[in-house]
Design a protein around this ligand. Structure first.
Ligand SMILES: Cc1cc2nc3c(=O)[nH]c(=O)nc-3n(C[C@H](O)[C@H](O)[C@H](O)COP(=O)(O)O)c2cc1C
Length: 287
């Protein structure tokens, strides 16, 4: 079997004929490597509240627009709108507070809450946008409270609402406002252990390993997920469902923390192969 030419590193292997078994091992290794790179990226992400004035390139603008269009066309009840060169929801809000500096781009998470699990799905797909933006070298921040909804430059029908926006742009870390630094410091004051994110584990380590479930990686993905007020409300548990081990994700108060749950679910789905069922205390089915 011949391998496709993909990167410099993979080139070395191109001309090596592999036995079927070795090939499977190689693919397994490659997937594992990708997941390790992804957890690094998820853990490196942090909220940015101060931005450079530098405008975004046309390629980047097109990329973000097409990402948002794709999400809207696949997810019922989500009507994300991306706004460039407009900072009014932030400058009009709490001028003296001064937590955000120079925000000019944002994604408005416009949702129609009559569809099921819209807040959770908005969190999931907004985090998908965030990770794409971070990959492109941009800084991001979910904003649920400290912005003016009236000044958001988006079409919002009477039956729709905006649970949050995601500010983004080139980070200007050196000029982060004092309030921004303080917020960030306060937000990160608590030291969590990974075990804090696991409420119950009904599946033995051996069973998890046999099913290729890296629980540690899933917990790391939850631990670094952004959440409102950094409350980190999402917890995982494992159980056997229909004879198969599954991971369950839940929050105590779904009405309050659905967005946070969606964000954490996105992180997990990025480091483990499988799909989530939407809703609180629903399973992740491992591929
Ligand atoms: C749904 C949601 C709403 C948020 N609202 C705000 C906000 O109003 N103002 C703010 O400064 N940060 C807000 N944040 C950012 C969190 O404070 C931040 O993600 C958390 O403190 C963790 O920090 P990190 O993102 O650097 O890991 C929000 C985050 C989420 C997920």
């Amino acid at each position: 079997m011949r391998l496709m030419k993909e990167s410099k590193g993979a080139k070395i292997l191109i001309n090596i004929s592999l036995e079927e078994n070795n090939y499977k091992h190689f693919l397994g290794f490659r997937k594992k490597f990708k997941r390790l790179l992804m957890i690094e990226l998820l853990e490196k992400r942090h909220s940015v509240r101060s931005y450079e004035s530098k405008p975004l390139s046309k390629e980047l603008i097109d990329k973000i627009k097409s990402e948002v269009t794709f999400i809207n066309s696949h997810e019922a009840g989500l009507n994300f709108q991306v706004v460039f060169s407009d900072g009014s929801p932030f400058s009009g809000f709490g001028r003296s507070y001064g937590m955000f500096r120079n925000v000019t781009n944002y994604i408005a998470a416009v949702i129609d809450p009559t569809f099921p699990n819209t807040e959770e799905r908005a969190g999931y797909f907004a985090q998908q946008c965030v990770i794409e933006l971070v990959k492109s070298g941009l800084g991001t921040c979910f904003v649920g409270g400290t912005f003016s909804r009236d000044n958001v430059n988006a079409r919002v029908e009477v039956y729709e609402k905006i649970p949050f926006v995601v500010a983004f742009g080139y980070p200007e870390e050196s000029k982060t406002t004092l309030m921004g630094k303080l917020t960030s410091k306060l937000a990160h004051r608590k030291n969590y252990k990974l075990s804090d994110f696991l409420t119950e584990n009904q599946v033995s380590e051996e069973e998890l390993r046999n099913c290729n479930i890296d629980l540690n990686l899933a917990l790391r993905a939850v631990a670094c997920a952004p959440s409102a007020l950094n409350s980190k409300p999402v917890r995982l548990s494992t159980q056997i469902l229909n004879g198969r081990p599954v991971i369950i994700a839940g929050v105590k108060d779904y009405a309050k923390n659905a967005v946070d749950l969606g964000i954490a679910k996105y992180n997990v789905a990025n480091v483990l192969p499988g799909v989530w069922e939407w809703g609180n205390n629903e399973p992740f089915f491992i591929d």
